[in-house]
Design a protein around this ligand. Structure first.
Ligand code: UD1
Length: 417
């Protein structure tokens, strides 16, 4: 079992390039199944979730290879329509393959994604939408058995919540369906726009991606294409929080600043100065952060739930009381207990967490229970006095490429043992 060992407190300095977005790469890899020619995805992060997607594609019979940041997918040899339970469990967001498999193979057999670190992971919105498009889905013995007796057709789908995964699954399913699909109350995250951009380059007819209403006119054929994955806005926010808590000046590069706009007010309020030039962002942090009055996680363009834990870690050392309201996931405060071990003062009541800033954190053994919660522990560990040992790294490795090497290169005393 590996651990990160951080000797703190640290200060960071220099430049860090932000890798491609995990949450774009996964749906793009699934969408490539729809194509009739090979695709190349550039700027793919080297993460365990991406490896799991490669395994899923290979299991389905696709050619799927990685070379550095490039992933080559040849969907022409696809000959399976199932995802084994072990792979579904490795990555619960593998449900994103559902629409792609059913659309390309006419049937699909996936095990049901059960609960996960963030609480129950319902897929009712995905299933209701796909059923409306003519897909018959039987839920049997923990499996989803899907078939298309009369073809997939377009539909008007009003989502009761702008679910990212459901919006992606519907877009992917609708791209080669008969007729037009209209999604209202669609998720507006940049990753949706990236997916539509990729599919449109392959010949799809998707308009409105990134807005609340997305229209997809079904097409008969999709070619392949080369596509560059957008930068990972959550990794960027994580490095910003690491700089902020350590009082550092840091430049993050290869970003799209517009995608980070929902987190900027938090850093402004904490007293950090942000300087944006093209695809670079310099953060100049004060010696002591100010409290952030109120952060409510919301669908994009609101404050992202994925940045809640990293930014909460940063407020543990702020001057004053910060409040967080988690509106997206039920069980997203698992990092709190571990932050308390480091000396933080946080109270949680249902969806609300109140952080009283303390003047000092002290290193301790802690365990990551989920991906972004793990990042919160790294951020706190960087600022804590003494040694912080972080276990549960499999969660961190799902979302951050070379995190310890990157931080070490910025001057932090971090090692993986
Ligand atoms: C995606 C992201 C994840 C991020 C989340 C919210 C990927 C791979 N993951 O997850 O990092 O935290 O968006 O920004 O892109 N819900 C239902 N029924 C459904 C689907 C969702 O009730 O059928 C609920 C969920 O339980 C949750 C909320 O909707 O409470 C948001 O989930 P959703 O937007 O679907 O998140 P994911 O796509 O799973």
């Amino acid at each position: 079992m590996s651990e990160l060992i951080i000797h703190g407190p640290n200060q960071l300095e220099g430049e860090i390039a932000i890798h491609g977005a995990k949450n774009s790469t996964l749906p793009l890899m699934a969408a490539a199944l729809l194509c009739e020619e090979p695709c190349v995805l550039h700027n793919c992060p080297n993460l365990s979730d991406v490896d799991t997607s490669l395994k899923i594609l290979r299991h389905l019979g696709c050619g799927a290879e990685r070379s550095g940041g490039d992933i080559f997918i040849d969907p022409r040899t696809t000959d399976h329509f199932d995802i084994p339970d072990a792979l579904m469990r490795e990555m619960r967001s593998s449900i994103i393959f559902l629409g792609a498999i059913i659309s390309s193979m006419g049937q699909a057999l996936l095990s049901f994604p059960g609960g996960c670190e963030l609480g129950p992971r319902p897929i009712d919105l995905h299933l209701a939408a796909l059923r409306k498009m003519g897909i018959v889905i039987n839920e049997n013995h923990g499996c989803l058995e899907c078939s298309v007796p009369d073809g997939i057709h377009g539909a008007v789908i009003n989502l009761s919540f702008p679910s990212v995964g459901a919006t992606e699954n519907i877009i992917i399913t609708a791209v080669r369906a008969e007729g037009t699909t209209i999604i209202t109350n669609a998720a507006r995250e940049p990753e949706i726009w990236d997916l539509a951009d990729f599919l449109n380059s392959c010949g799809a007819k998707i308009s409105g991606a990134g807005e609340s209403t997305v229209t997809i006119e079904g097409v008969k054929h999709l070619s392949g294409c080369e596509h560059r994955v957008i930068p990972d806005r959550i990794a960027a926010a994580t490095y910003l929080a690491a700089a902020a808590i350590t009082g550092s000046t840091l430049t993050i590069t290869d970003i799209i600043a517009e995608h980070l706009a929902p987190v900027f007010p938090a850093f402004d309020e904490a007293g950090c100065k942000l300087e944006i030039k093209d695809n670079k962002l310099k953060i100049i942090s004060p010696k002591r952060l100010r409290r952030i009055k109120n952060i409510r996680t919301m669908p994009y363009p609101g404050f992202p739930t994925d940045a809640q834990a990293p930014v909460m870690a940063m407020t543990t050392l702020a001057d004053g009381t910060s409040m967080f309201v988690e509106n997206i996931f039920e069980s997203r405060y698992k990092h709190v207990g571990e932050l308390l071990r480091l000396g933080a003062n946080i109270k949680v009541e249902s969806r609300v967490a109140v952080v009283e800033g303390v003047s000092r954190l002290s290193g301790a053994p802690v365990e990551a229970a989920d991906l972004r919660g793990g990042a919160a522990l790294v951020i706190a560990g960087l600022a804590a006095d003494g040694i912080t040992e972080i276990s549960g790294l499999k969660h961190l490795d799902r979302g951050y490429e070379n995190i310890e090497k990157n931080l070490a290169q910025l001057g932090a005393d971090v090692k993986r043992i």
